[in-house]
Design a protein around this ligand. Structure first.
Ligand SMILES: [Zn+2]
Length: 631
């Protein structure tokens, strides 16, 4: 579910319900609420549902479709769309569908089941809530001011004209100008010393309490959330000053790791084009729009995060990341790829596009026009090819040893995949590249052979497979002929079983891997939360707890796969027990210390040693290890 509804009203409405210190609705209550409401009733009020097997289905309310891929599971109290990836609990649905803020969605559901929402008003809570509302108003006032200032700023207008922008485009993006003075905003706000101006990121308190505007003598680009509210600004310097680009700091309204510049304005065009193009700067977005490429958005001075990727795939099945052709661009692309792989479903496409050296999208489209840019987009390198090309460039498989290095380097990336067809294709390609039979490759990767022996539900694979790939109709026939899905990794299987039976976390001696992989981290967090929870934990409760955290993509993928396989609660219990036993066996065989008798967590030193060991074992070059950890 999209986080902006929660962000827009500030952190006190509980981005991470109950966990944030600022949250005002206790997590216990959220858990109780989700165990009482029936998501089928809730959704059926807005989207008429039809029974389909154990689940309910409808045409997805979040994307246009003719055959239903929107599925609601009464047992898991969770909805998921196989078409666009929308997913969530009853709370999430109300937020996503009706645009309700988190507390309002909780309030509505609580009323339905006759529960009263406990309000934990911490000291200053109500003031803070009011303040968040103030922040929205303040930010909007500032945006109006900057826009009005542009008219009287010939230098700024000249700059925009030089960049080939028309007044119409400047108006569409609400572009403005922050005057060249210390306190321009003092003319807008009666009380310039109001702390909220600082909280909104507009005013800086310097040494000796002297206050001044953050944005001075800059072209101002307002940043909108998905409802079109201004939540922050990007400012580009006029001329040569530093920094060239300055963004609003992290505020209760604005978090650069989640927001994408231009998304609100581009929504329609993205839908029409069937593609969203991701660039690095706001000038790129505006310049592309000026030349008729309306479906571009930009990250805000940060590398692409998992939250970005999810948000993008919610908008479109095809996401093209556009980077400079230099080494910094390739590094940024690799980071984006790492975040893309775990959420890439079959039928979703991610492509990577590298501009000619020295050009950014702004330069490119101004010099060569829309058609040339669209041609680049069409020719973007698919994620899978980019992955293999980079890996083989780093580890050219010229000898048995280097082929082995290639395979070990590929392991974490292949392991993070959740899309069965893509995984099958990548395994085959990697086997070819490394000059190994596929069976041998799988053994090396530590994956079980295709067909997933030892699984209780393999008979359902065919049906599940067909449902995943057919509506999109994008699976090439050759790939469909595989007809089998990749068995999930052991860790993924444990995640899946635990999600279905979260209360079992308390009884078992469950592993909490510290291997630095997304799956390992998700399992560790899941075990910690479920085992430590005092309340009855439910699938929906857990999913709500982890909504909008870095673990969410992995959990959603695991839960969706469980849905797809039709795994029952009984099977989950069996899988969990068997999986835990196998995990510790494997740990022992791999020379990792098995659980201690008491199941005690390793000491920090031990954990660090294990981590080092794991890194050596995977023989990742240090640069790799860094990029996958520095998020
Ligand atoms: Zn959908």
């Amino acid at each position: 579910m999209s986080p902006e509804g929660r962000i827009a009203k500030g952190p006190e409405v509980g981005i991470f319900a109950g966990r944030s210190v600022k949250s005002m609705i206790p997590n216990d209550f959220i858990q109780t609420l989700l165990s009482r409401v029936d998501i089928v009733d809730v959704i059926d009020r807005y989207v008429p549902l039809k029974k389909a097997g154990a689940n309910y289905q409808a045409c997805c309310p979040f994307h246009g479709e003719k055959t239903p891929s929107f599925t609601v599971s009464p047992s898991k109290q969770f909805y998921h769309c196989f078409g666009c990836g929308a997913h969530g609990t009853a709370i999430g649905f109300l937020m996503e569908h009706s645009g309700k803020a988190f507390p309002d969605a909780v309030e509505e559901l609580a009323r339905d089941v006759g529960l009263e929402v406990p309000r934990v008003e911490r000291p200053g809570e109500s003031e803070r809530r009011e303040q968040a509302m103030d922040l929205t108003a303040i930010t909007l006032e500032a945006a109006k001011f900057y826009r009005a200032q542009l008219k009287d700023a010939p230098r700024a207008i000249e700059y925009l004209k030089e960049r080939g922008l028309t007044g119409a485009i400047a108006a569409r993006f609400g572009i403005g100008y922050a005057p060249d003075a210390w306190q321009p905003l003092a003319s807008v706000f009666d009380r310039y010393d109001e702390p909220a101006l600082e909280t909104a990121g507009l005013v800086i308190a310097g040494e000796g309490g002297k206050r001044y505007d953050r944005f001075r003598d800059r072209i101002m680009f307002p940043i909108h959330d998905s409802r079109g509210q201004v939540i922050g600004f990007g400012g580009r310097v006029l001329g040569e000053g530093e920094p060239k680009y300055l963004n609003s700091p992290e505020t209760p309204l604005f978090s650069k790791g989640r927001e994408l510049y231009g998304l609100f304005l581009a929504r329609q065009a993205i839908r029409e084009a069937g593609t969203v193009v991701v660039v690095e700067g706001y000038m790129d977005v505006v310049a592309l729009a000026q030349h008729g490429v309306d479906h571009a958005v930009a990250t805000l001075g940060t590398s692409t995060t998992p939250a970005h990727v999810q948000k993008l795939f919610r908008q479109s099945d095809r996401v093209i990341f556009c980077f400079d052709g230099d080494s910094a661009g390739r590094k940024a692309a690799w980071r984006a790829l790492e975040n893309v792989l775990p959420v890439l479903a079959d039928g979703k496409n991610a492509g990577f596009l590298f501009l000619p050296d020295g050009e950014d999208p702004d330069d490119f489209v101004r010099r060569r026009g829309k058609e040339a840019f669209e041609a680049l987009v069409d020719g973007a390198v698919p994620a899978s090819e980019f992955l293999l090309a980079e890996l083989t460039a780093r580890h050219p498989p010229t000898s048995a040893e280097s082929a082995a290095a290639l395979v070990t380097a590929a392991r974490p990336y292949l392991g993070s995949l959740t899309a069965p067809v893509l995984a099958a294709l990548l395994h085959r390609r990697l086997a070819e590249l490394a000059g190994l039979p596929e069976t041998e490759l799988r053994a090396l990767l530590g994956h079980r052979a295709e067909g997933g022996q030892g699984r209780g539900s393999s008979s359902q694979d065919g049906a599940g497979f067909a449902r995943r790939s057919d509506p999109a109709g994008r699976v090439p026939p050759r790939a469909a002929a595989f007809g089998q899905r990749r068995a999930p990794s052991l860790v993924r299987e444990l995640i899946q079983a635990l999600l279905l039976q979260p209360q079992l976390a308390r009884s078992g001696d469950l592993p909490q891997p510290s291997d630095g992989t997304p799956d390992g981290a998700a399992l560790a967090a899941l075990v910690e939360y479920c085992a430590g929870s005092e309340e009855t934990v439910t699938t929906a409760g857990v999913m709500q707890y982890f909504a909008n955290t870095p673990h969410e993509p992995v959990l959603v993928a695991a839960l969706t796969a469980a849905e797809d396989h039709g795994i029952t609660l009984e099977q989950a219990t069996v899988h969990l027990a068997a999986g835990v036993a196998r995990y510790w066996q494997q740990a022992e065989r791999a020379g990792r210390p098995a659980r201690s008798a008491a199941g005690a967590a390793p000491t920090p030193e031990e954990a660090e040693r294990l981590r080092q060991l794991e890194m050596v074992r995977r023989s990742l070059p240090p640069s790799f290890a860094k990029t996958s950890r520095d998020r």
